[in-house]
Structure formats: structure tokens, C-alpha cells
Design a binder for this molecule. Sequence first.
Ligand code: GLV
Length: 335
Amino acid sequence: MQPRIVVTRRIPDPALELLARAGKMWLSPHDRPLTRTELQRSVSGADALVTLLHDRVDGPLLDAAGPQLRCVANVAVGYDNIDVAAATERGVVVTNTPGVLTDATADLALALILAVTRRLGDGERLLRARIPWSWHMFFMLGTGLQGKTLGVIGLGAIGQATARRARAFGMNIAYTSRRPAPREVEAELGGARRLPLDELLSTADVVTIHVPLSPNTHHLIDAERLRQMRPEAYLINTARGPIVDERALARALKTQELAGAGLDVFEREPEIDPELLELDNVVLVPHLGSATVETRTAMAVLAAQNVIAVLRRERPPTPINPEVLDPAGAPAPGA
Ligand code: GLV
């Protein structure tokens, strides 16, 4: 019998074509996230799920799929929407899409750094409001990046790629990380210095977040930590919204305890703290980190390749819980 593959929302065609050849594919007809009830109904009897970051995949949903479920392929590098322990307990392989979105996300982090420090949002709003203006020496002055310090919270692949781009703009790099980066990485980043978080926050000119969301990083940047930042500093978040206490950030921006922020992600997406929407010193974009045609296609194809490998009992390219696989790489017997 052909395996049933459930795709919870439309993904790029090359991936759909691969999946359609690999089994009996069900694709959600809706151009929106499925409701919890719809999700529970649609996963029933699935051998593999292709999920997006707005789908909550927990124990009850895995049970609604049934014991034949072998794979959940998340089309995202982040997988905070998935209860990986619950999947592991049930012998379900979970995969994500690392690597293919590193450059696009780092590009967006840099774009936000430039947009907020050079006041591109302010400039756009002024012109679109048809407000009269003329060039003068003090008009809409921003902040230069050359010789300033970029504080990178989490020097993984995206953190490193962002730091490399910032070097091209003449910035020095400081970082926090559970383990020191290899010496060659520190050297490539112009002698990047690993600092404790408190010191990084109190010294960096721009702080950019590149850690995954987990219970340890939820509200990692809270009111207290925002107070540690310099009033001339900027905060950039392209990782996950709940890493920052959005309400506290809005307050710090309003009272100018912080010069500005660039946000691609929000605590309660798609909601945005209404106070943030009123502020000029924050650049807001709707979770666009990986949003290029090339990257989204590569992410979806990688997710499809993960599904296909698991269904063939081969090692998937990017498993999150490889312990579910037997030593040969296939889902362990009974999984
Ligand atoms: C996007 O946010 C991702 O995790 O891929």
C-alpha cells in the first residue's frame, strides 16, 4: 500500500512533485494554517507529515496520526513547534531544514541592521506621507557601523553568516555561545571575542539573536537584560519572537533606553504588540528570514528528501532525533 503523506499547507512545486511520486499525498486545500481540529483530522492514518512552523505537533497530534506514523518533516530550521521528545517516544523521526536558509536569514539580519541604523523605515514613511522635506546636514541622521561592535547571541551557522557580513561593513564581532567557536572561525571573524551575555549586552552597539527557542531561551532578553544594553544600541531578532519579551522591548524603545530594533519575528505571531506598531525606532517585517524563491524551494525539497528517505528506511539528510534511527540509519524496527 502506498504511504500516506500529509502536507499541511502548500509548499513549492518541486517538493510536491517529489512527494507525489513517493506516496499518496494529501495537500491542504486552504491558504492558511489548519485549525487544530482540521490538523487532527487530516493527519489521521499518515505515514509522514510535512509541517510548517505554525503547526503545533505534540503528543496528541502524533496520536491522532496513528502508530504507523514514521516521519515529521518540518519545513524550517527551527522546530520549537514540535514536541521532539513525544515524537522520539513514539519512534517518529523528526527532521528540519538547516543549511539551505543560512544565507537568506543572515542577509535579512544585515538588512534589518542597515534599515534600523540608517532609518530606512523613517525615510519611507516620510515620503509616502508626502511630508515636505529638503536635504540638510542634520536630516534623518543615522548611525554608521564601521568600527562598531556586533554582539552575536549564538554563533551557529546563521550567527556566523551574519557576523561575516557585518565584517564586510567594518564591524568587530563579539559573541556568546555555549562552547567557544573554533579558532579559525574566530580568526576569520577578525578575532571575534566570546563574552558572557551580560558583558556582550553592555558593550555591543548592535545585538543580533541567533539561538533556537527553547525553555532556556524563552525571554532570554527580558526587561532586565534590555536595561543592560547601551541606550545607543540596537537589537535585531530574526530567530524566534518569544526569545525577547516584546512588551518590555516596546517599553525600552518608547523610553529610548534603547536606540532601535529590527524585528522579523514576534512573540505571538501573527499578532504584534500594538505599542511596537506606533514606534518609529523599530523596523518590523513579517517573518521573512528565509523568504526567497530559491531558499523556500530548497527548504521544501530538503523536507521532501527527508520524508522519502525515512519512508524508504534510509537515513534522512537532516534528522533532529537520530536516536530513533537504527545504526544503519533507518527508522528502528517498530518505529
Ligand atoms: C524560519 O523561521 C525557520 O526556522 O526556518
